[in-house]
Design a binder for this molecule. Sequence first.
Ligand SMILES: NC(=O)c1ccc[n+]([C@@H]2O[C@H](COP(=O)([O-])OP(=O)(O)OC[C@H]3O[C@@H](n4cnc5c(N)ncnc54)[C@H](OP(=O)(O)O)[C@@H]3O)[C@@H](O)[C@H]2O)c1
Length: 337
Amino acid sequence: MTDNKRFLLRRRPEGAPVETDFELVSDAIPAPPAGGFVLHNHFASLDPAQRGWMDDAPSYMPPIALDDPVRATTVGQVHASDHPDYAPGDWVMGLNAIEEYSVVVPDGFTAKVDVSAVDSPSRFLSAFGAVGLTAYFGLLEVAKPQPGETVLVSGAAGAVGSVVGQIAKIHGCRTVGIAGGPDKCARLVERYGYDAAVDYRGKSAEQLADAIREVTPDGANIVFENVGGTVFDAELMNLAKHARIVLCGLISEYNSETKHGARNLWQVLAQEATLHGYLISAYVDRFAEGGAQMAKWIASGEVVMDEDIQHGIDNAYPAFMRLFSGANTGKLILALD
Ligand SMILES: NC(=O)c1ccc[n+]([C@@H]2O[C@H](COP(=O)([O-])OP(=O)(O)OC[C@H]3O[C@@H](n4cnc5c(N)ncnc54)[C@H](OP(=O)(O)O)[C@@H]3O)[C@@H](O)[C@H]2O)c1
């Protein structure tokens, strides 16, 4: 039987990934390993981080090996098992790969999930997964917002950024979001409750800095950085004294071989700001706590988290590239069935 489609990394991308960096193959459905199980993946998370994992460079995780399927968090059902705690039919999430069936030996990322309480199992890749919790812990534990403070968020219409803005509002902050294009900027205010939105497209760093200043005259107390590049340069020119910067992501740099860097880093010194590199993996032990709070906010409607579901593993490459063109509206997820 050859019906396990797998999306393999065949070549390390140079700059933006091209379709021939990948290959879709069909293998036999594997047998469960001793002490493990085979997971039938229903949804795979498409994340900017995957681009980093494709490079052979020092990082917080080893690179994806060439000819391996592209690493991804997935959620699915146990297909066959040799593990006493995982029975066929159980719903499980974990760090697996973009493939229809994954061989799993449970590790720290593997968790059974209760899908009865959610409208779609994909929720475990968005609101209740690492991405929703990236917003939650990055804002509340790293930045520690105080009522009345101004929170400036880049990539504000995306999965992480949209949630950061809403949690900041719940904590009594003023929120300013930066996103690409008028539609996304309207969405920031109308759907995610941002107090002001700034469109970065078509602006130099200086023009963007001016546009941010117009709506943030006293500077930002917190910068939640998802983008980097000229957007970050512009934000640095708008820091309040003792600002806290959460360095969560630098998506504008992921496809560039020559990194832009931070050209206005001197403002960190001038404003006595704190620049905090942040990885959600530091909070894995607290996922249950964060997930419970997110569940309450989602149920009450205080937080909305949109999903952009693309369909079919054959569509994995164009779906993934939506992250870099900005086509995605909400958490980008690939439905594998
Ligand atoms: N530190 C952690 O543990 C952690 C965990 C999860 C995610 N992250 C980071 O958080 C950031 C957001 O991730 P996400 O999953 O929520 O993705 P997302 O924001 O839903 O999607 C990516 C968005 O980035 C924007 N973008 C892409 N290329 C850009 C460029 N060159 N310049 C400016 N904006 C660009 C696009 O929005 P526009 O249309 O507005 O341009 C795009 O929609 C990423 O940097 C990611 O690496 C970090």
